[in-house]
Write a protein that binds this ligand. Structure first.
Ligand SMILES: [Zn+2]
Length: 389
């Protein structure tokens, strides 16, 4: 079992990465409530709702899928024709209807949904990695074009109605959300398109732009990448695609390019100015999320402390004892590996005894400092690939 979670902090200036609606010439930024912690004059802590600029996880995922698709095509990994055409279609519907004859046949067999999922995992890395949902025509409202009426003898059997196939994404994204412990702002910017010859054609445009310390989290279910079920000896067994390692590399490379490249919309006039501040990643054998990468505490230390407890529990459970000696036998293969970079003094250098401590006490945890987000994602990729050897 291999899981990866990461948290990133960026300082972003004057961005319009996720606009939700426009009223006439006014284009609004997506705003979302965040809970700020405030201390009153009496020293009492209170929590207050504030509205802050944000970029949806959907928008981040779209940027990731674009990079993933282009990279997969370059590397000759399988991508279905529809995902290849994402630019023409304007998105990734990912074959929402079961229309091809092979899938129609499969879906009506027993465990048809597993068979269709397996077929698509083999055919398309985008659908494998970012998930999909597909239904038969009749389920989608039932009224659609009704081929049955035209061809009553071809009326499909009842099992087709309502049949659907779903695959959960293997890479998850949070919203790009302001750090609630730092300041943020969103406001309209006034723009004019001049026309001296014909002033009537002059246009006033207002676009809301945001600036904030943004945080972003991602979770990767490495085990699920390239995994599907196949029938063997009357049982359904877990199988992996042949090019699984290539697909795992693709995920991390695409993530790296997404976060260091162009993220979000409106880049032609609001090319966002992004600076990486700090971040953390955890590679673990159990699902584990990094601590919130917000200002005001040492989130690296907090993640380490949590990881220590969890890794000890796992080792103790798997060895059936709580003693350090016994636990040490497991320490060669760390249960949890942590990577972080810090350009804002979150994790003071003098308080870094973790590596030594882990050697002394043989705790099944490993901590590595890296230079930045690209370095971190690359090292996580190497670690994951080593663990799967
Ligand atoms: Zn596809």
């Amino acid at each position: 079992m291999v899981f990866v979670s990461m948290g990133f902090r960026f300082r972003v200036q004057a961005e319009a990465m996720n606009m939700v609606e426009s009223w006439g010439n006014y284009t609004r930024h997506r705003i979302i409530p965040v809970i700020k912690r405030v201390r009153t004059k009496n020293g009492v802590i209170k929590y207050k709702v504030q509205y802050a600029p944000a970029v949806s996880g959907q928008s981040i995922n779209y940027a990731f899928m674009k990079v993933l698709t282009n990279l997969a095509i370059e590397r000759n990994l399988p991508v279905c024709d529809e995902c290849k055409r994402y630019e023409l279609i304007g998105g990734f519907p990912k074959r929402p209807e079961i229309e091809d004859n092979e899938e129609k046949k499969l879906i009506n067999e027993s465990f048809g949904y597993l068979k269709v999922e397996g077929k698509r995992v083999l055919e398309c890395v985008v659908e494998d990695i970012t998930g999909f949902m597909a239904v038969t025509e009749t389920e989608r409202g039932g009224k659609r074009r009704t081929k049955k009426e035209k061809n009553p003898e071809k009326e499909t059997d009842r099992t087709e109605k309502g049949a659907g196939v779903k695959r959960t994404a293997k890479v998850w994204f949070s919203y790009l959300l302001p750090d609630p412990n730092s300041d943020f702002s969103v406001g309209p910017q006034f723009h004019v398109r001049f026309n001296r010859e014909n002033p009537d054609e002059q246009a006033v445009i207002q676009v809301e732009s945001g600036s904030a310390i943004y945080t972003l989290y991602t979770f990767i279910d490495v085990d699920g990448i390239g995994a599907y079920y196949e029938r063997a000896n009357d049982r359904y067994v877990l199988k992996y695609v042949n090019n699984r390692r290539e697909r795992i590399k693709l995920v991390f490379d695409a993530l790296m390019l997404t976060l260091s490249g162009l993220l979000g919309a409106k880049q032609s006039r609001y090319l966002s100015i992004r600076e990486s501040l700090s971040g953390i990643a955890v590679v673990s054998k159990v699902p584990f999320m990094v601590s919130p990468v917000v200002f005001g505490y040492d989130y690296v230390q907090d993640t380490v402390d949590r990881a220590k407890i969890i890794s000890k529990v796992i080792v103790e459970t798997s060895t059936g004892t709580g003693s350090q000696q016994d636990a040490s036998s497991e320490s060669t293969t760390s249960v949890i590996k942590i990577f972080y970079y810090d350009r804002e003094g979150i994790h003071p250098k003098e308080s870094k005894p973790e590596k030594k401590e882990s050697e002394t006490y043989k705790e099944p945890i490993e901590i590595n400092e890296v230079s930045g987000p690209e370095d971190m994602i690359n090292k996580v990729k190497e670690t994951v690939l080593n663990m799967l050897k």
